[in-house]
Design a protein around this ligand. Structure first.
Ligand SMILES: Nc1nc2c(ncn2[C@@H]2O[C@H](COP(=O)(O)OP(=O)(O)OP(=O)(O)O)[C@@H](O)[C@H]2O)c(=O)[nH]1
Ligand SMILES: [Mg+2]
Length: 330
């Protein structure tokens, strides 16, 4: 992937404000539900939240499973569980497995309360904060849990939820909806692109052409046959880079301008839209095996440079400690 075409960074002022709001409200909640996108369950997981939820129980809700490769989603669930997380796999649009969130939250909270001989009632309704990066479906999850279509505003673009909102459920439990937040600087532009592909970075700051070319570079490696099948392009085109694949798709689709040139802008919008809406089939843009290999390579490199201790900063290590910690402000 040519990552030099555009460097993505998007951390508008309201995200910094949301971080402060979350820090102020963390003591009011029993469980944090981090919603991630099942197509990129690791890249859509905000590293900042690992620090913020220090010692607060957390559930990872892998949402939009209807759009992700089911075999990869299953392997990611096991991968996160091995790291000590409670994981649920959901499709908030259809409401699939949504009740697992409240069921697991109640289990976690009851277990903690009984283990700590708490003085408060063990059956006191649970309070959950629903968090995650923009556009992963937090508000849709809330509406499903609340059995209402309009408890929280939703929309297929980032930044729909603007402020915090408490929603009370019939069983007395309460949910805090929060605006999606990212982190101030992406260390890894490949992660930033994946977040952009799924529509979690405002399209307004992105160059559609770069977005589409990067997406095609990514898809041709993982799901090349989906591109040839859907767009009728010759498999040999997959040997070329994303820009050439784009050109071939536009030509096949007859997206031409006067003079016969391919209308790349129009073709880009179509390809990105078709990917996002699942028309290219169920696609996952990362696998746990790749992440494990990358993390082992990074550990080896840092050990070579700094000695053995440096290898401990593996992703998830902090979270493993967090979720079974003791702090709680009941
Ligand atoms: N296919 C599919 N779409 C979903 C699912 N869950 C949510 N969506 C769609 O994703 C888009 C974003 O949903 P929201 O609930 O507004 O997302 P959010 O995380 O609250 O977004 P912000 O408030 O902008 O951070 C909407 O168009 C939803 O209909 C799902 O499980 N599958
Ligand atoms: Mg929202």
């Amino acid at each position: 992937m040519d990552e030099n075409k555009q460097n993505i960074n998007w951390f508008p002022g309201h995200m910094a404000k949301t971080r402060r709001m979350m820090e102020e409200n963390i003591k009011l909640v029993d469980v944090v539900v981090e919603v991630v996108d099942a197509r990129i369950p690791a890249s859509s997981k905000n590293p900042y939240l690992d620090q913020l939820w220090n010692r607060r129980p957390r559930i990872i809700a892998m949402n939009k499973t209807d759009l992700a490769d089911p075999a990869v989603t299953e392997r990611f669930k096991l991968w996160y569980e091995e790291k000590g997380f409670t994981v649920v796999m959901i499709d908030a649009l259809k409401g699939k497995n949504i009740k697992d969130i409240s069921r697991r939250a109640v289990e976690i909270v009851r277990a903690r309360r009984s283990s700590q001989n708490a003085v408060y009632r063990a059956d006191r309704p649970v309070r959950m904060m629903i968090t995650g990066i923009p556009n992963v479906g937090k508000s849709t999850v809330i509406n499903q849990l609340a059995h209402r279509s309009d408890a929280a505003k939703t929309g297929n673009k980032p930044g729909v939820t603007k402020g915090k909102q408490w929603i009370r459920l019939q069983d007395g439990a309460s949910l805090l909806d929060t605006p999606g937040i990212l982190w101030p600087k992406f260390d890894d532009q490949a992660t930033a692109w994946k977040i952009a592909f799924i529509g979690s970075i405002s399209d307004g700051i992105l160059d559609t052409y770069n977005l589409c070319v990067n997406l095609l570079d990514n898809l041709k490696v993982r799901y090349g046959s989906r591109l040839t099948e859907r767009y009728g392009i010759d498999p040999s085109v997959l040997q070329e880079d994303g820009a050439h694949i784009l050109e071939a798709i536009g030509r096949r689709r007859g997206h031409l301008k006067q003079g016969g040139q391919v209308d790349v802008e129009r073709t880009c919008v179509m390809v990105v839209d078709e990917f996002r809406s699942g028309k290219l089939g169920r696609i996952s843009l990362e696998t746990p095996e790749e992440l494990t290999a990358a993390s082992a390579a990074a550990d080896a490199a840092s050990e070579a440079e700094n000695g053995p201790a440096a290898g401990e900063k593996e992703m998830g290590a902090a979270a493993e400690k967090d979720i079974h910690g003791e702090d709680r402000s009941e």
